[in-house]
Design a protein around this ligand. Structure first.
Ligand SMILES: NC(=O)c1ccc[n+]([C@@H]2O[C@H](COP(=O)([O-])OP(=O)(O)OC[C@H]3O[C@@H](n4cnc5c(N)ncnc54)[C@H](OP(=O)(O)O)[C@@H]3O)[C@@H](O)[C@H]2O)c1
Length: 331
């Protein structure tokens, strides 16, 4: 079928393109064309989705039947997609758990029991919830919204897992939060991408919490896998949460994937029953981490492609040095 990927040249979108080609679809991508090109065999359509004329112009000679939308970050982008693509038979929208008013901290129960944002704030979660409503109303029956959790894997330009891999590979003593037992759940971009393509083909509709199963690993388990795949001799230096916060270490940003205990207790508790019933798979974590590490070594981290401003992940070297020094002095 004629399948349009809104996005498609970075991270998740790139894997969606690969999955759609593998399923034999006639694939087009729609991007501004500033951050890379799709692979050979894909129709590269160009325009800025914040411009209301761009999609109609680009699609004048090629009308998609199915859409996978990985790149919607603004309200204008949502309205423009709703206006231009209302007639498709299937539309898979990549949303986020942030669309839920109560997440974080969560927990997140079954999709239909949890309210989403309905405010006017120009913010990530409210914008995703707005986009779900606007595009969902335009497309009707064939609209699927995948509320993704933490997405990881090769081509991840956000670089949260990537930062840990690079830091751990350098070895020596590594500051880690004293919360290694904290649960964590991730979804490999390739698992999510191939599921999105088959789900949109099959006409799956409604909302789906699209992340790994609760309890699939812990923060410590994930860091151990990073140490294993990088062959590092890194030694963990667990620093108590109070010390990290007192030193202005920002959870999630300076130490990616770490959340303070009060939030972590519920934030990783997401009901993914529907995703499992609908066939979203979870490959072994070691495979995700090893493939991300191989890709990073070959390609290096690409420039950040997304529109929303994201803080640069990672613990600044001086902050790490001072935490290590303080820890050395601790009784
Ligand atoms: N990373 C996570 O853990 C996480 C968690 C939950 C949900 N999500 C969601 O998952 C999706 C991640 O997908 P992704 O990484 O493939 O997408 P993305 O980073 O949101 O978008 C990048 C793609 O969109 C294109 N693009 C950017 N601005 C554009 C514009 N104004 N008009 C047209 N195209 C534009 C880019 O190409 P050009 O630069 O050439 O235009 C590129 O192909 C996002 O929607 C994100 O919000 C992510």
């Amino acid at each position: 079928m004629r399948l349009l990927v809104l996005g498609g040249t970075h991270f998740l979108g790139r894997h969606v393109v690969a999955a759609a080609l593998a399923r034999g679809h006639d694939v087009a991508t729609f991007t501004r064309g500033v951050s890379g090109a799709p692979p050979e065999g894909v129709r590269a359509l160009h325009g800025d989705r914040d411009d209301p004329d761009a999609l109609p112009r680009a699609l004048a000679d090629w009308a998609p039947e199915l859409v996978v939308d990985t790149s919607c970050q603004t309200r204008a982008a949502a309205r423009n997609a709703a206006a231009a693509l209302a007639g498709v038979s299937g539309y898979a929208f990549v949303s986020s758990l942030n669309a839920y008013r109560g997440w974080p901290p969560g927990p997140v129960g079954r999709e239909d029991d949890e309210p989403t944002w309905d405010t006017d704030e120009d913010d990530y979660g409210p914008n995703k919830a707005y986009a779900e409503r606007v595009i969902g109303a335009a497309v009707g029956e064939g609209f699927l919204t995948a509320r993704a959790g933490l997405i990881v894997g090769p081509w991840d330009d956000v670089h949260r897992l990537g930062w840990w891999l690079e830091r751990i590979a350098r070895g020596d003593r590594v500051v880690v939060p004293d919360a290694l037992e904290q649960p964590i759940a991730v979804v490999d971009a390739r698992d999510l991408a191939s599921w999105l393509v088959t789900a949109v083909e099959q006409g799956v509709s409604g909302a789906v919490n699209a992340t790994g199963p609760t309890g699939m690993t812990t923060l410590g388990g994930l860091l151990d896998v990073c140490r294993e795949v990088t062959g590092s001799d890194a030694e963990w230096v667990p620093v108590p949460e109070a010390d990290l916060l007192a030193a202005d270490v920002q959870p999630w940003v300076h130490l990616p994937l770490w959340l303070p205990r009060g939030v972590a207790r519920t934030a990783w508790d997401v009901d993914t029953t529907r995703a499992r019933e609908l066939g979203l798979t979870t490959r072994p974590l070691v495979e995700t981490v090893a493939d991300t590490w191989s890709w990073l070594q070959v390609s290096g981290r690409p420039p950040l492609a997304r529109m929303a401003q994201l803080a640069e992940p990672g613990l600044p070297a001086e902050l790490e040095a001072s935490l290590l020094a303080r820890h050395d002095q601790a009784p």
